[in-house]
Design a protein around this ligand. Structure first.
Ligand code: ZN
Length: 158
């Protein structure tokens, strides 16, 4: 896995770091063509989320989220967004493409592996589909997470 992915995993909730490491390694093993998976986004701090929320509201730009700080599963380190990196350098959000020619789209291969470990995929959402997004089942309700006690690093206590 690449350095960026490793760094992002290190900031996820401590309880899922090993699991996500296994998932990414398994995805990369399954992808035998030009593409490997990278985590483009993992933990987003409450203040980073507030910054995003301000975009298109009190700050210039277009709206990118309806979630304020604390209202995204990313804020608790239980969600990751992925992207395919081709030939070690070019990002691809083509989720339909079968880069390794094994009859299954590369992203679908990753979705299956995430699912095996208990992670749901944003591509299965009905209203708004978030294709790059995965979140840990059982820890994907921000209202429940928000109510939990947090440690000194702001990670929820299990
Ligand atoms: Zn996401």
């Amino acid at each position: 896995m690449d350095k960026i992915t490793k760094e992002r995993i290190a900031l996820l909730h401590p309880s899922v770091r090993d699991e996500v490491t296994c998932i990414i390694n398994e995805c990369n093993k399954a992808l035998t063509g030009r593409a490997q998976i990278r985590i483009s986004q993992g933990l987003r701090t409450f203040s980073e989320q507030d910054e995003l929320y301000a975009q298109g509201r009190t700050k210039p730009g277009k709206k990118v989220t309806n979630a304020k700080g604390g209202q995204s599963v990313h804020n608790y380190g239980f969600a990751v967004d992925g992207v395919l990196i081709l030939d070690g350098k070019t990002a691809s959000w083509d989720f339909k493409k079968d880069f390794d020619n094994d009859g299954v789209a590369d992203w679908d291969e990753c979705v299956k592996i995430f699912a095996k470990y208990g992670w749901s995929w944003g591509g299965n959402w009905t209203s708004f589909k978030d294709f790059p997004h995965f979140e840990k089942i059982g820890f994907n309700n921000w209202r429940v997470l928000q109510a939990k006690k947090r440690d000194s690093q702001n990670y929820i206590l299990l």
